[in-house]
Design a protein around this ligand. Structure first.
Ligand code: PLP
Length: 375
């Protein structure tokens, strides 16, 4: 049984072969086409492809001039990248506990963490369920930038709206397991033309022109460097895998939803916790997390693995990890909801095309091998 299987196949090699016929293997016309598709999909004037969510966030924080002495609010329950990029630019990630049921950062909790040093907030759409970004915008001072972490949520909506509507920018991941993937990659969508212009530079060493533009119309043009940046551009070789997926992503969501609903129905009356959905949201159902008592989590993982069911943990709460614990002295009591969830979470296999009999086996194993541990 597979935990995850992407939807790409040998047929997608044609798109890569076509790039081999163009002069630039790196960022060029294919990437520009994908960026235009992203602008149309998210109804934003600007989109930039990046080579990972992580490097995109680094470029974004540099573009916002966030650094030493600044604070950035992040949820305590997320993947480490969300907080690590804040650390890397020398700012302080200010962790905030998530809601115990939705596992999302709430506007009220974020607002309570604001200080005179707060420059930004990075809400995370955990497992595909969107945070209330409109509410967050209203709750935070206007000077605090909002960067949506959409690594789990490309196609999800809240009140019918996609990501990027109420924030300063939304950053996506096209990592190998994401709903839209090119192995490694990502994208940023945004509205502000000045921020876009700066981001174009911080995405590429702070340079004033990308390689394809430096050689436009056979005439070499000098470039300048006005600020520091990272190397975060996505090569056309990988961007070529994205158009087909962006075109079909909406049509592929019902398959994910059906799998997730089947899990939810099967586990409804069992002694395991599930993420509480929000009726205002359509989840992108990126992952299917369950939660068992922390004391039995590892035994439950062992039982699932022994039955041939592959699982992962997404994620142990970030402040409980050694680096953050040792640097800031955090303990389990600091962010109790995030800690409790992170110590008991198990993600189950879910991907469009997952065979029915595989899902039946996962459900059966939960009932016969995991539930007895929980009683
Ligand atoms: C919530 C979250 N944020 C950020 C990232 C980082 O994404 P990438 O691997 O594209 O850098 C991930 C990756 O799994 C993630 O789950």
């Amino acid at each position: 049984m597979q935990f995850y299987r992407h939807g790409l196949s040998g047929a997608d090699a044609k798109a890569i072969a076509d790039v081999l016929d163009t002069p630039f293997l790196t960022s060029g016309s294919v990437g520009k086409k994908v960026e235009a598709m992203l602008c149309a999909f998210f109804e934003t004037p600007h989109a930039l492809l990046v080579n990972s969510w992580t490097n995109g966030a680094l470029a974004a924080l540099l573009a916002m001039d966030i650094g030493p002495g600044d604070e950035v609010i992040v949820p305590a329950q997320t993947f480490i990248a969300t907080a690590n990029m804040v650390e890397l630019v020398g700012a302080k990630p200010v962790f905030v506990d998530v809601d115990a049921d939705t596992l999302l950062l709430t506007p009220a909790a974020a607002a309570a963490a604001v200080t005179a040093r707060t420059k930004a907030c990075i809400p995370v759409h955990m497992y595909g369920l969107m945070c209330d970004i409109k509410g967050l915008r209203a709750a935070l001072p206007a000077s605090v930038r909002i960067i949506e972490d959409c690594a789990h949520c490309f196609e999800g909506t809240r009140n019918g709206e996609l990501s990027g509507r109420h924030s300063d920018m939304a950053i996506f991941s096209f990592y190998a397991t994401k709903n839209v993937t090119c192995g490694e990659g990502g994208a940023i969508v945004l509205r502000d033309p000045d921020l876009y212009a700066t981001l174009q530079q911080t995405r590429l060493h702070g340079m004033s022109a990308i390689a394809a533009d430096r050689f436009k119309s056979g005439q070499y043009r000098h470039w300048d460097m006005g600020r520091l940046g990272v190397k975060a551009n996505l090569p056309d070789l990988l961007a070529a895998l994205l158009p087909g997926q962006i075109e079909t992503i909406r049509a592929r969501l019902p398959a994910r939803t059906a799998l997730a609903d089947r899990y939810r129905d099967a586990f409804a009356n069992l002694p395991i916790r599930l993420q509480r959905l929000d009726p205002d949201c359509v989840s992108a159902e990126h992952l299917f997390p369950i939660h068992v008592k922390p004391a039995v989590r590892d035994a439950a993982i062992a039982a699932l693995n022994a039955a041939g069911v592959p699982v992962t943990v997404n994620y142990r709460s970030v402040p409980t990890l050694t680096y953050y614990r040792e640097k800031y002295g955090y303990g389990p009591k600091d962010f109790p909801n995030s800690w409790a969830w992170g110590e008991g979470e198990i993600s189950l296999p879910l991907w469009p095309g997952m065979p029915d009999e595989d899902q039946a086996k996962v459900i059966e194993t939960i009932k016969t091998a995991v539930v007895p541990l929980c009683r």
